[in-house]
Ligand binder design. Sequence first.
Ligand code: ADP
Ligand code: MG
Length: 339
Amino acid sequence: MKKLLSLLLCACCAVLAAGCSPNKVTRGFEAMDTYMQLDVYGAGDSLADALQQQIDRLDSKLSATNAAPAENVIYQLNQKGSVEADAEVLALAKQSLELCRETDGALDLTVYPIVEEWGFISKAYHIPSQERLSELLPLVDFRRVVCGESALRVENGMKLDFGAVAKGYAADLTVESLREQGINSAICNFGGTVAAYGKKPGGSAWKVGIADPENSAAFMGYVTCSDKIIATSGSYERYFEGEDGKIYSHIINPKTGYPVDNGIASVSIISENGVLSDGLSTALFVMGKEKAQEFYSSRADFDYIMLTDDNKAYVSEGVYDSFTLAGGYAFDVVKIKRQ
Ligand code: ADP
Ligand code: MG
């Protein structure tokens, strides 16, 4: 009898504990050349397994750098100039090439030969000669990627790279799966692209940190939001110092072949779509301050936070009220309105 009572008591405690904090599964792993972490509430290991597998599958299918697993469509395309592609790859190619067009080539998924030349893939960094860049620049033109009914094609020497949008696509697929599974609450970080899904278990909105460009392990501020994907491109993420003492970052202006050097430290995009957020974070970085504001004024599907080297934070009107500066940071916060 005593045993039965204590068993019952244990069961009650377990129920109470579950009521206080719904079971949460946390999964950290490396994929797409970065560290990812999924925190999903009201789910178990099997969902976390499935989500992780989905991302691994994307990585081996889409990476321009992973040499040669048989299923790597993009690697094959870049080797052979054409490849049979499934509906998923074709849809992603369509969506992201459209974004290249809308940003007038500030985002250009064919800039890869230049990214390689600067050593950002091999990590053997060097400053290419102007002659070498002039040879490579004609290979950069997203308009010459042919996205057919069942195949992708590029011209001789051209290369396609989803690097600027892949983490955003991983975020979109994850969100879709969470929705299908009836999950209400999750926060997933795909190496700097964050999906703030639903609300916190307690019902309040998520607070997503914006990295301090001078110390990317710290946050200079927070955006309060729910059901948004926040992607950040920062010059601090990958760069090298040239023999001339200058800093060269991994975000390339596709028109010049040179790393962007326009006083911008990072751009975060807040929208409902991961590919859009991820692609635009790169594109607005390339555009610079004025063009970014013009572009923002021309559409209604995203907001942004742009940090500059002179410690200004340009925050667009749709997120201005949900942005808070972290303690100890002296950024001058400027509201950007649609013109
Ligand atoms: P990160 O990979 O650091 O999160 P991004 O999402 O901005 O940053 O993606 C940048 C990557 O995309 C670079 O590492 C490079 O391979 C590629 N890239 C650089 N400049 C461009 C550009 N203008 N358009 C498209 N891709 C770019
Ligand atoms: Mg990006």
